[in-house]
Ligand binder design. Sequence first.
Ligand SMILES: CC(C)(COP(=O)(O)OP(=O)(O)OC[C@H]1O[C@@H](n2cnc3c(N)ncnc32)[C@H](O)[C@@H]1OP(=O)(O)O)[C@@H](O)C(=O)NCCC(=O)NCCS
Length: 166
Amino acid sequence: MESPAPLPAQPVYLSRTESSEIILQSDLNHLGHLFGGRLAGIIDRTAAISAIKHARSAVVTVAIDSLVFRRPVRLGSILTVKASVNRVFTKSMEVGVSVWSLPPDSSADAEYVCNAYLTFAALDAEGRSRVLPPVVPESEVDKRRYEQAGIRREHRLALQTELGKK
Ligand SMILES: CC(C)(COP(=O)(O)OP(=O)(O)OC[C@H]1O[C@@H](n2cnc3c(N)ncnc32)[C@H](O)[C@@H]1OP(=O)(O)O)[C@@H](O)C(=O)NCCC(=O)NCCS
């Protein structure tokens, strides 16, 4: 049987995604700060849009690396989440996300909240994971993220092997 034609590579910028929302009362924890689980959901959703733009098909979240929230996000802040595909491996891709918060009562610049790295797989019509088109890092920033995604993958795989899990 003939092997399928290779998929055309796509530049990182085609996967770039940015979403913003205002933080409301219903998003807060008992301390009056944005609830971490709510932020994790926003991160997953924005990263999934970036992954879909690259894959041009349905995707599933395979893994989310550890999340460290660097500062609280307050009521009325504008939260901005930026995502792009850092690197494609074979059937999986890493999406990098950065999160910024603009407080409601300040003329200061947006504050850094956290970074996140998520792994997605694309599914075919039968729901099986499929080979993805390569991503081309063009800018210096894209190239740095591409290299670092490779290092993070090695660590993920090494950890799974060490813990005896897949
Ligand atoms: C993701 C899923 C499709 C993988 O299916 P599978 O048949 O086991 O496919 P594979 O083993 O070939 O893995 C597919 C890719 O995922 C990667 N992968 C699998 N487990 C992984 C993990 N724990 N961390 C990072 N990548 C992982 C594999 O390395 C492979 O990528 P590669 O080809 O680039 O190396 C399947 O496990 C699944 O459907 N999981 C549930 C996903 C979901 O529902 N997410 C929403 C939240 S519940």
